[in-house]
Write a protein that binds this ligand. Structure first.
Ligand code: TYD
Length: 208
């Protein structure tokens, strides 16, 4: 039985919808699982999230941002993830360390090694058992989203940034493929959801 599962993907890939649909399915099936998200997921961590995502904070230094993500992660681990895992629950987390690796380490150019080291301090051994990666090219993801949302600082960065994010995920997956379930997210919402559930059955998270 796998316990700690993270969900990753580029902006606009449909991750929010898919995570919600998965949560709904778990509730209806009576599975005792916890769904949470980053940045945020608990009271103090959500306060840090508001600072990070505030469109007025465009002057924020990239390294400051990386530390804020790590800080929110520490608090969220403390408040939500560690207690749930210690009770033997399955935890699904929408974004986790791999988001920092690719967004801060690779796309913002802070260096993967540095961001891995920072997050090692933040999470210690609390690494996901595996990660569900929703695979959709930045072009398709961007079109689906209908363009940039100017109220969100992170959504208004240029397209090349999203391409770096996507390539960053792809390179991490290539380095350690057994730690990822790569889901083709180019079909309908229902098709993608079916693929996700099949992967979770294959990994032994859900019964057949
Ligand atoms: P959110 O609105 O939750 O987007 P999504 O639904 O795509 O998850 O905003 C999260 C944003 O924060 C997203 O653009 C990715 C970014 N992010 C990082 O850059 N580093 C991180 O460590 C995390 C957790 C998120």
């Amino acid at each position: 039985m796998r316990n700690f599962i993270t969900i990753e993907g580029c902006d606009g890939v449909g991750k929010t919808y898919q995570t919600r649909a998965l949560k709904e399915y778990c509730l209806q099936s009576g599975f005792d699982v916890v769904f949470t998200r980053e940045p945020g997921g608990s009271d103090i961590a959500e306060q840090i999230r508001r600072i990070i995502l505030d469109a007025n904070n465009s002057a924020m230094d990239d390294l400051c941002e990386a530390f804020l993500y790590a800080s929110a992660r520490i608090q969220h681990l403390h408040d939500i993830v560690k207690p749930a895992l210690s009770q033997g629950k399955v935890v699904f987390c929408d974004r986790y360390v791999h988001s920092s690796y690719v967004y801060q380490g690779i796309a913002r150019g802070l260096g993967l090694d540095q961001i891995v080291a920072l997050n090692k301090i933040a999470v210690g051994d609390y690494m996901p058992d595996f990660t569900v990666f929703l695979d959709l090219s930045p072009e398709q993801a961007f079109m689906r989203k209908g363009g940039a949302d100017k109220t969100d600082r992170l959504e208004s960065v240029d397209f090349s940034f999203h391409t770096k994010v996507y390539q960053g995920y792809k390179s991490l997956i290539a380095q350690d493929p057994s730690k990822f379930e790569v889901i083709d997210a180019s079909g309908t919402k229902e098709q993608t959801q079916t693929l996700i559930r099949s992967a979770l059955v294959k990994r032994g998270v859900f019964p057949c």
